[in-house]
Design a protein around this ligand. Sequence first.
Ligand SMILES: [Mg+2]
Length: 119
Amino acid sequence: MTKVLVVDDSAFMRMAIKNILADKDYEIFEAEDGALAVEKFIECAPDIITMDITMPQYNGIDALKQIRTIDGNAKVVMISAMGQEMMVKQALVHGATAFIVKPFKHEQVLQTLAKVAST
Ligand SMILES: [Mg+2]
């Protein structure tokens, strides 16, 4: 069972990702904000985190930095949108493992997570 922490301020997006991963070999945890993501990361020790970039207060880049400071091997897959090239560059600098661009297809999510899980 691969543990995945799904971080997004949109309940709809969290549900979309959960639905894609349903019936596969994944155990899902959720957080709706960057600060909660850090707490859940410590509490649940997920194998992979999917991290939305744009969230109120504590965004995905801040959460990525914090998580990678806690665990330099943490695997964080950033969920970015078109037009976020600056954020994507920052995420790379801070050790993001992979990127999924919204709007995404089911297969992209499954393939990316499978690849990250196998590394
Ligand atoms: Mg968002």
